[in-house]
Design a protein around this ligand. Structure first.
Ligand SMILES: [Zn+2]
Length: 189
């Protein structure tokens, strides 16, 4: 299924890199059974988080939060947003800023990165699910988000949390609340 949509990156991509692409590692992912069908590979895109977590996770498009929950051994803490004709999923979160029925806009900070669920380190798993895409497509209904990132639609860094490494090698976070940008929390209906 090909959609005529444009999404923004779910993280500030000046600070994060892709660590696992769509469809990779089929041997690892076949243990995950979706409606009786083993996954054929990684069903989203993974981006490395900062050591210690706490990176801003950003809504990829305008929509409404339809799920905010915890899944043991899988996505961990995750959020699903319904958009026009598709859903986006943000997983392995450490904390939530957006909850069910929140209306969010592109770039709203909906959560912070973490390493909950099936995860070996702080990262964001980002999934894209077209409405009507069969759940039995081998990826649990997900498709590769990469072709849908819009040109010039990279978010502006929101600067809620600044990240640094201190001399001991541990990560520290400097909160800059004056730079908070459209926090989803403030826009609850
Ligand atoms: Zn992943």
């Amino acid at each position: 299924m090909t959609m005529n949509i444009s999404i923004a990156y779910p993280l500030d991509m000046t600070r994060h890199v892709l660590t696992q692409g769509f469809g990779e590692n089929p041997q690892l992912y076949k243990q995950f059974i979706v409606k009786g069908i083993p996954l054929q590979g990684h069903n989203g895109l993974d981006y490395a988080g900062s050591q210690g977590g706490g990176d801003n996770v950003l809504a990829a498009a305008p929509g409404k939060v339809i799920k905010q929950t915890f899944e043991l051994g899988g996505f961990g803490n995750y959020v699903v947003i319904q958009h026009e004709g598709y859903r986006t999923l943000y997983a392995h979160l450490s904390s939530f800023f957006a909850y069910v029925n929140f209306i969010v806009d592109t770039g709203d900070v909906i959560a912070l990165t973490g390493t909950t669920g099936f995860s070996s380190g702080v990262h964001l798993h980002f999934g894209l699910y077209p409405d009507g895409e069969p759940a039995l497509n081998g990826y649990g209904g997900a498709v590769n988000p990469s072709p849908y990132y819009g040109k010039g639609e990279n978010f502006k860094p929101s600067g809620i949390l600044e990240y640094a490494i201190n001399p001991t090698g541990n990560s520290i976070f400097i909160i800059r609340p004056n730079k908070w940008r459209k926090p989803a929390k403030a826009r609850r209906k």
